[in-house]
Design a protein around this ligand. Sequence first.
Ligand code: SF4
Ligand code: SF4
Length: 109
Amino acid sequence: MTEAAAAAPSGTAAPLQAIEIKRRLGSLKFNTDSEEHAHITVKPAICEKCPHSFCTYACPAQCYNRINGKLVFRYEDCVECGTCAIACDQGSVTWNMPRGPYGVRYSYG
Ligand code: SF4
Ligand code: SF4
């Protein structure tokens, strides 16, 4: 029995535990292409002047981060949802489907 389940009053369901995103992504399989063929690229000069950094809030895989004021983008954990291409209204994101057989592989069950 988990600690959360043990702490729940009898007859009530245990509260759901939040699972860290990187752990959840660990169930996916990635076949990452080389940097020369990254399926998403950003333009640092545009990101430097970005007034909002919407991408850092919108990406479900946390591929975009502001570190010491600089935008750091990692395409390796991308789940190919396309959200960043919509969230970025500054024209920085170039998004393409990964070349076959590269990219994320989902499995169910
Ligand atoms: S929203 Fe676009 S311009 Fe702004 S930091 Fe993100 S990728 Fe760069
Ligand atoms: S396509 Fe989705 S997962 Fe990939 S970087 Fe953009 S927002 Fe993140």
